[in-house]
Design a protein around this ligand. Structure first.
Ligand code: PLP
Length: 377
């Protein structure tokens, strides 16, 4: 198998899988219990929280473990609207957010009377701070723009957006699910109030993520019950998941520069070969402000669906649009928002590599695409 769908999920790091193991069968005590095995679980959670908060420049009690990116996004948006209710119900986000943000905005508009402004990206998938500035109103309570797009990999001007939000007394949320563990993030330098992340996007386990909530933002609890997660997200913690995610985060942090450099070189090599050897191929997303692992290409005359099926027959995993949208024939909402035609969107394939992807694998995928396009060597 050649796996080029790391934006959908990643293979778990061996270290992360190993350190999780004891928490299933040996140290399975409830972290809220006072006896030794419970205290061991509690200490393991504390360690993961310490690693993650350090990576972001956050305080330990600003990190709240959740079941993943979707839960973190739902919590951030819903609670930010509630916290700002005295000021108003206007929220600003972008057209290219993940469904976890878009569907939550629609829900809040339908059920809570929220008014949402959707910022349009430019042709490279970039959201411009000037567009955000123009959308701000006296009743705006939240600006939510993702750190990097999951489909085309464009990295947003997060620090500028954060500064803009704060100059206007607005909370700033960023969905960093594709960015955390891959590019450096600092919640203070970037003036971020709320940040969502997910373990399985950086070689941690699935079903485990976190939300950073800056102290003093007044955000309420997601779930009521026990006192877990500083009384804001009740329920017995996913101890093995949190431990695995912490270990994966630590590894990703230590290797970040090296991995990013390797992936960027391989990414650009693959893009170059595809564009040179498959005439008419175009790059979707920003050529430079782009995640190191993202290759999203338009292949004129080629149906992405057919290409994916034929790649799969050769053991190659890639994707068209996001995983959540696959199975539906709708063209990607991200590519449409960027100005692509529906036809061009249906001819676009996303390959997302990792630090484990080899050049031989990249070559194999280029050759497979050439074969699918009917190009002879
Ligand atoms: N946000 C973005 C940008 C994503 O790419 C994803 C997953 O694809 C999510 C949120 C949802 O994360 P999770 O799968 O952890 O719920």
């Amino acid at each position: 198998m050649i796996y080029m769908d790391n934006a959908a999920t990643t293979r778990m790091s061996r270290t992360a899988a190993e350190v999780m193991q004891p928490y299933f069968t040996e140290a399975y005590g409830n972290p809220s219990a006072i006896y030794q095995t419970g205290r061991r679980s509690k200490e393991a959670i504390r360690k993961s929280r310490a690693v993650i908060s350090r990576m972001l420049g956050a305080k330990q009690d600003e990190i709240f473990f959740t079941s993943g990116g979707t839960e973190s996004d739902n919590w951030a948006l819903t609670a930010a609207l509630e916290a700002g209710i005295e000021k108003g119900k206007h929220m600003i986000t972008s057209r290219i957010e993940h469904p976890a943000v878009l569907r939550t905005c629609e829900y809040l508009a339908r059920t809570r009377g929220a008014e949402i402004t959707y910022l349009e990206p430019d042709h490279s998938g970039m959201i411009h701070p000037e567009a955000a500035a123009a959308a701000i109103r006296s009743d705006t309570v939240l600006l939510s723009v993702m750190t990097a797009n999951n489909e085309v990999g464009t990295i947003q001007p997060v620090a500028e957006l954060g500064r803009l939000a704060h100059e206007n007394g607005i909370l700033f949320h960023t969905d960093a699910v594709q960015a955390f563990g891959h590019i450096p993030l600092d919640v203070n330098e970037m003036e971020i109030d709320l940040l969502s992340a997910s373990g399985h996007k950086f070689s941690g386990p699935k079903g485990c993520g976190f939300l950073f909530i800056r102290k003093g933002t007044g955000l309420g609890a997601l779930m009521r019950g026990g006192a877990q997660e500083f009384n804001r997200r009740a329920g017995t913690e996913n101890v093995p998941g949190i431990v695995g995610m912490g270990a994966a985060a630590e590894e990703a942090d230590a290797a970040m520069g090296q991995r990013a450099q390797y992936e960027t070189e391989l990414r650009d090599y693959m893009i170059r070969r595809m564009m040179e050897e498959l005439p008419g191929t175009r790059l979707n997303g920003h050529p430079e402000h782009r995640l190191p692992n993202n290759i999203n290409l338009q292949f004129p005359g080629l149906s992405a669906e057919t290409a994916l099926i034929r790649l799969d027959l050769q053991g190659i995993c890639a994707s068209a649009g996001s995983a959540c949208a696959s199975g539906s024939l709708d063209p990607s909402h991200v590519l449409l928002a960027m100005g692509c035609s529906a036809k061009a969107a249906r001819q676009s394939v996303r390959f997302t590599i990792s630090h484990e992807t080899t050049q031989e694998e990249a070559d194999c995928v280029v050759e497979a695409m050439k074969q699918i396009a009917g190009i002879q060597n």
